[in-house]
Design a protein around this ligand. Sequence first.
Ligand code: VG1
Ligand code: CO
Length: 542
Amino acid sequence: MVSLVSTTPYQDQAPGTSGLRKRVSVFQQRHYVETFIQSIFDVLDGFAGETLVVGGDGRYFNREVIQIVVKMAAANGFGRVLIGRGGLLSTPAASQIIRKTKAFGGIILSASHNPGGPEGDFGIKYNAGNGGPAPEKLTDAIFARSKIINQFRTIAADDIDLDHLAVSQIGGMRVEIIDSVADYQKLMQSLFDFDRIGALFRSGFAMKFDAMSAVTGPYGKVILEDVLGAKAGTVLNGVPLADFGGHHPDPNLVHAKFIYDLAMRADGPDFCAASDGDGDRNLIIGRKQFVTPSDSLALLAANAHLAPGYAKGLAGVARSMPTSAAVDRVAHKLGIPLYETPTGWKFFGNLMDAGLVTLCGEESAGTGSNHVREKDGLWAILLWLNILAVRQQSVAEIVREHWAVYGRNFYARHDYEEVNADGAAALIKALRDDLPNLKGKKLGALHIQDADDFAYHDPVDGSNSERQGLRILFEDGSRLVYRLSGTGTSGATLRVYLERFAQDVSQHGLETQSALADLIQLSRDLARIEYFTQRQAPSVIT
Ligand code: VG1
Ligand code: CO
């Protein structure tokens, strides 16, 4: 038992959508990590002798924190710890291992798409026994505990060798270094038709996958190149680096511009993809055809039955509120329920545990299914490959046929990153206060039908989540959504989501930003973005 010195930096922020994220320098403060880990253990009950899964995305400080966690787990009474070799575990692989080994839970070390390195970010999240992110009542309890905690448990022991598959012992606890790629590959093989995907590659189909120097490199190399036979060099930036090579491992059009530019070439690969720091997101781009994540979710839902794992059809689908309604039209046609949840994967977990949905996704390029309880980047890429192998059409042909059947949801997200936090809060407050006055208002050709602050009632556990995003809904089905990011680590990030539906195929050739031009202007005027943030334009458009 070690007493925390009185200067212990208590957590000043509840762990949000994806755990606790801070600058590395914050985590490096004396006993900061210990405070958070002990707070997690203190609010959990009944793990004596049970298994804990530990791993991270390989970013700077990953190895040091794993050593701290392992010793604390031993001192707190866990019976076994499973660690990915090299300290690496992608978020979806961690979810799978928790489920497969019936572990009590897992600690995943990642700040996902945030930059890494000594000047970058670090993060810690706790996943429960179902393999999914801790529910809000647990993260709230961890936060409350971290404010009053005054001691933590650890044992004096040598550091574990993380790089060799081996079993050892720390105190009374068993420590196993495991090969998580092999397990994950088997799971993917059980869901997808690897023979057909392999035949696709053998026929000359060219692909590039940008692992962004993050955790999916080893998974991508084994599955795409070694097992499926994609050409050597298909995986780019396949070696996980502590600073991600100085890039943000965020597969958006700014940070994954290289792969986007490659896909836009007439002689580019047939299929380009990327994943983020911890491997739970995906970016899909066909030759000369960008696929918005919202469209990707709709397309996967409409075609999932082509993959063996989903041949029996889908129980239902879910999307986060800001995600476009493209998937709603697919659900309607399939005659299956559609659930609309707040942003963040934890809300999907309950629906999947209850068997209500099979597929879910977010506009931020997170897509997944009930095979794990996290979004899964490589899974989405493999489902796309399975669909391409069966349909024998290009990505562009598949997307265009989809629009012809279902109509097209023009969609964009405008991020105003690292703006002044007080200004951003004031913007949201002013707009929230104004919502009642906006209903029924006519603004040029746009008529506001409704305006509200999204609230969610969880049909499974009965919990309520309020203030999940401001929605301005127009009579023609267009929509504006405003919310503040919960994953940034400096200032505030305002996200504005814009959507317009067009059934008329003649409009489908329009360029997104021009199809949304009036909504874009209105999004700035309505919320007085420049006044509150001193920004005339967003920093990232996806
Ligand atoms: C962002 C995305 C959200 C996603 C979350 C975690 O959250 O918008 O859809 O679930 O990141 O993803 P926010 O609060 O910044 O908008 V990840 O890849 O960081 O685990
Ligand atoms: Co992520």
